[in-house]
Design a protein. Structure first.
Length: 215
């Protein structure tokens, strides 16, 4: 890790990793999923240090998943589907209250998965927004419709303050490193269906196994 997070963000790269995420049978490769998140963390870091508390939580979760992938049972973590099966079969998940598995792959990925829904809602707003729309409004609307219900009051407050510091639409589109606004909007149009698909597959998997409320 280290310097990796400081490399420049490119939306194209994130799009590519989310593309590589899905196997032919629609399984999600954990390594690519995590790589997609690394890219998003780079974007967040490039927006300013006030988002540090958000990106460090994301990095923390990325690192937990990487440790599982590189651990002795790494072969069971190749896809999100195999991870869920492995951890459930071996009682490696705290299902109803926090216990001896605070860093299970299942609960860790669930946090990122919920944030992916925020991202989907936010980017869709950004894609369809007019020139003088406010990114901070898009951000907080997307948040209120998704992640906020999983966060306690203090985190919601902190997130709300961070949203006020987010760059305006032109600077935000610029930070995507794609080119002029029309091209960013086109790239977003390509990226969003992929992000939605990855989100939906995870959502179905988690709800099938009643994992939506992991502590
Ligand atoms: C440009 C502005 C970006 C706003 C990102 C929107 C999300 C705000 C989330 C605020 C999270 C604050 C820090 C940590 C919270 C954790 O308590 C929770 C639950 O984890 P637990 O405590 O149960 O272990 N963590 C999360 O919900 C994961 C948050 C990851 C957010 C990554 C956003 C990346 C967005 C990049 C794209 C610009």
């Amino acid at each position: 890790a280290g310097t990796e997070e400081e490399e420049k963000f490119s939306l194209k790269e994130v799009l590519d990793t989310f593309k590589l995420c899905l196997s032919d049978s629609k399984e999600i490769y954990l390594e690519q999923y995590v790589a997609g998140w690394r890219g998003l963390v780079r974007l967040l870091n490039s927006l300013g240090s006030v988002f540090g508390f958000i990106s460090s939580d994301a990095v923390n979760k990325i690192n937990i998943l990487v440790a599982h992938l590189k651990g002795e049972n790494g072969s069971r973590y190749v896809t999100v589907q195999s991870m869920v099966a492995y951890e459930l079969e071996n009682d490696l998940v705290d299902l109803s209250k926090r216990g001896s598995h605070p860093e299970s792959g299942c609960r860790t990925l669930l946090r990122l998965h919920r944030a992916l829904r925020w991202l989907e809602l936010f980017l869709e707003r950004l894609r369809t927004s007019g020139e003088d729309s406010k990114t901070s409004t898009m951000c907080s609307e997307a948040y209120n419709e998704s992640l906020s219900r999983h966060h306690p009051w203090v985190i919601r407050k902190a997130a709300g303050m961070a949203f006020c510091m987010i760059p305006g639409r032109p600077a935000f589109l610029e930070a995507m490193n794609v080119g002029p606004p029309e091209q960013v909007v086109a790239k977003l149009g390509e990226a969003l269906p992929l992000i939605s698909e990855v989100y939906q597959i995870t959502e179905d998997l988690y709800s099938r196994h009643s994992l939506m409320d992991l502590p």
